[in-house]
Design a protein around this ligand. Structure first.
Ligand SMILES: C[S@@+](CC[C@H](N)C(=O)[O-])C[C@H]1O[C@@H](n2cnc3c(N)ncnc32)[C@H](O)[C@@H]1O
Length: 255
């Protein structure tokens, strides 16, 4: 489990929150009463839910103490729980179990997703968004670099994201749902330059690698090599900016 830095994560707040809006807007629930946001991070996704459903009783859950502190500071009156989704077995059900950009950190989706659906009340939904960006240069280059000789003994076995293709989620959820909605969107983030792609990843996908490199010089060297590879892979536009494509999978499973 990587360590999290809420400030680094929030550097790209608008871009990171857009998929959350796109997911919330697709959930055709008029007035869900009990809503939980799993892996709520610094509370940005929970804030979207609060705007979308102002009367809902909202709870945000996250395992990171740093994220929990940031979330609580963002809305002190809301319910915030520090817990691991893998060990979350509440007795009660929710009208909406929502998770934006978090479940990719958990393994064993074949068991996890149907289990989460059991916590959805009749007529309610499980709504999830996750990155499915393994083929993107930013992701591939990170894996290639981690397998290079200087780093491989410390980094090659880090498995970070667990995301499957849509057919997998349909197979595991259709038998236990009244309906499953599935879609993929590729976002095209326009960033000021390749350095911003590195900064984006420092808030998420790079975290397990940087955590594993305890020596600051190693971290800097690793980042410099990654930065050079990213600069070569993402050419600048005439404006000097770069386009950073990012693919995401969405699903809404109805009870
Ligand atoms: C990329 S952030 C997403 C934050 C927010 N939901 C959003 O939409 O931007 C992923 C969050 O998932 C949390 N997380 C990862 N694994 C978790 C687990 N097993 N249990 C609870 N939270 C977890 C992390 O602490 C982190 O805050």
């Amino acid at each position: 489990m990587p360590t999290w830095n809420a400030d680094q994560y929030l550097r790209f707040l608008n871009q990171r929150t857009q998929p959350c809006w796109d997911l919330a807007n697709r959930v055709a629930l008029e007035a869900p009463q009990r809503v939980i946001d799993l892996g709520c991070g610094p509370g940005n996704s929970t804030a979207v839910l609060a705007q979308r459903w102002p009367k809902a009783d909202l709870t945000g859950l996250d395992s990171s103490a740093a994220m929990n502190t940031a979330a609580r500071a963002s809305a002190p009156d809301r319910h915030w729980i520090q817990a691991d989704i893998d060990h979350w077995h509440p007795a009660e059900c929710f009208d909406l179990v929502f998770s934006n950009a978090a479940l990719q950190w958990l393994p064993n989706h074949a068991e996890l997703f149907p289990r989460l659906l059991t916590r959805v009340a009749p007529g309610g939904a499980l709504a999830v968004q996750m990155p499915v960006n393994d083929d993107a240069p930013a992701h591939r280059l990170l894996h290639d670099l981690a397998r290079a000789s200087r780093w491989s003994n410390r980094l090659s076995n880090l498995r970070q994201w667990h995301v499957h293709e849509p057919a997998f989620y349909d197979d595991i959820l259709s038998p236990v749902s009244s309906r499953v909605d599935l879609w993929i969107t590729q976002y095209l983030h326009i960033l000021t330059g390749p350095e911003e792609i590195v900064e984006w990843y420092k808030g998420t996908g790079l975290r397990p690698y940087l955590d594993a490199l305890t020596n600051p010089t190693d971290r800097e060297d690793f980042l410099a090599e990654y930065r050079a590879a990213i600069t070569a892979a993402y050419p600048s536009q005439r404006s000097g900016k770069v386009i950073f494509p990012f693919r995401r999978i969405f699903l809404v499973a109805w009870h």
